[in-house]
Design a protein around this ligand. Structure first.
Ligand SMILES: Nc1nc2c(ncn2[C@@H]2O[C@H](COP(=O)(O)OP(=O)(O)O)[C@@H](O)[C@H]2O)c(=O)[nH]1
Ligand SMILES: [Mg+2]
Ligand SMILES: [Zn+2]
Length: 365
């Protein structure tokens, strides 16, 4: 454990992480642990024991929330006329992630996109003053359960909801096992309860305009300079108009916790989220295990517990549709990635065999 670890403790440094660092057997005084606060192209801000450093990401695919080692790498200084060397902080390794929030990459890559790492609690936000999209809540629940973090569903702007108890009741039916709360950053309703259930590293997810940044600012309270995060509030006479969050940044707040506000997520595709989907729809999962055939497709097979329950009205048809949709998407993305990986491999083999052929041809000449 580094001597001056106060700052790192604010970012969540603990005995377990200290052991991980020791296990890495870093024998260099120039290497220290830190936590990634934000990531830009090829560079990142890392909190270390003595402050924040700007570091090169090295060859690592980093994301906000990662615990890493940073080493000062000496480079020849070619940019300046004077000869010399500069020491550039560089990320040299990533600690194993305790959780990672992954969605399917928007552009056709054969990998999922990691939104944040080492997250303990995910706040799934939905504005309660308009139409509530239950399918999107289920989608974010699946993503969160799969990540290993604990979901909390926050129905924001409760002060502006026409009938908040109806919204609460409806959302509770789609979030079994998760805490569902009505909150208002405006009147502070429910904010103390939300604050009490948040643990460790907290990520706030939800669509643009859900009130994520406003909620984050309310949670950060006095611990940060007033209004660290830009919100969408349109101030009178403010010609700049609306502000929207564009980066994911880790900010410490009371109780050695950290908070990640996120830009509104447009699409959240399922990525390797089979278990997360099962956990989101436990009532359907339970029925499936009772079907007569283990490969039951739940269409018209005899002894299908799902169809039976649907006919009796024991399960909600919308829930079943939503479950099927996420399952299909998850399977489709898995197949797509398999095909893509296969294509990447075939391409590599072709390049290699051409090189071998050229090599032999060269020898014959
Ligand atoms: N009435 C009300 N409006 C809110 C509340 N929280 C946020 N808003 C408004 O909702 C809009 C979007 O807020 P913002 O935090 O930027 O949403 P984000 O895009 O999810 O980060 C802004 O106009 C906020 O002023 C709330 O608790 N009550
Ligand atoms: Mg925002
Ligand atoms: Zn069945």
């Amino acid at each position: 454990m580094p001597e001056n670890s106060t700052l790192l403790t604010e970012y969540g440094w603990n005995a377990t992480l200290s052991e991980t660092f020791d296990a890495l057997l870093v024998n260099s005084p120039d290497t220290e642990p830190g936590r990634v606060i934000r990531v830009d192209r090829g560079q990142c801000d890392v909190a270390v024991a003595t402050g924040t450093v700007r570091a090169l990401s090295g060859s690592n695919a980093l994301c906000t929330g990662d615990w890493v080692t940073v080493t000062k790498v000496t480079r020849a200084n070619t940019a300046l006329a004077t000869t010399g060397e500069t020491e550039t902080p560089t990320v040299t390794s990533i600690f194993p992630r305790s959780s990672s929030i992954v969605r399917s990459a928007a552009s056709g890559k054969s990998e999922g996109q990691i939104l944040a790492a080492n997250v303990d609690t995910v706040v799934i936000t939905t504005a309660s003053d308009g139409d509530v999209d239950l399918g999107r809540i289920e989608r974010l629940l699946a993503l969160t359960w799969e990540s290993g973090a604990t979901p909390v569903v926050a129905l924001t702007k409760s002060d502006a909801a026409p009938d908040i108890s109806a919204v609460l009741a409806e959302v509770c039916t789609v979030a079994p096992g998760a805490t569902v709360l009505a909150v208002s950053a405006e009147t502070s309703e429910g904010m103390d309860i939300l604050d009490a259930v948040l643990d460790g590293t907290v990520a706030i997810l939800g669509p643009s305009g859900a009130g994520k940044s406003t909620l984050a600012n309310a949670l950060l309270g006095d611990t940060a300079a007033s209004c660290v995060l830009e919100t969408g509030r349109v101030r009178a006479g403010d010609s700049k108009g609306r502000h929207t969050t564009v980066t994911r940044e880790l900010i410490p707040f009371s109780g050695d916790r950290t908070l990640i506000d996120t830009p509104g997520l447009r699409g959240v595709g399922m990525w390797n989220a089979g278990e997360g989907i099962d956990k989101t729809f436990p009532e359907i999962e339970e029925l499936i295990s009772a079907c007569r055939f283990s490969d039951c497709a739940h269409n018209s097979e005899p002894g299908c517990a799902v169809v039976g329950a649907l006919e009796r009205g024991d399960i909600d048809e919308r829930r079943l549709r939503s479950y099927r949709k996420l399952q299909r998407e998850n399977a489709w993305n898995a197949a797509r990635s398999d095909a893509r990986l296969q294509a990447e491999r075939t391409r590599e083999i072709k390049v290699l065999s051409r090189r071998i052929k050229d090599h032999y041809r060269g020898r014959r000449q």
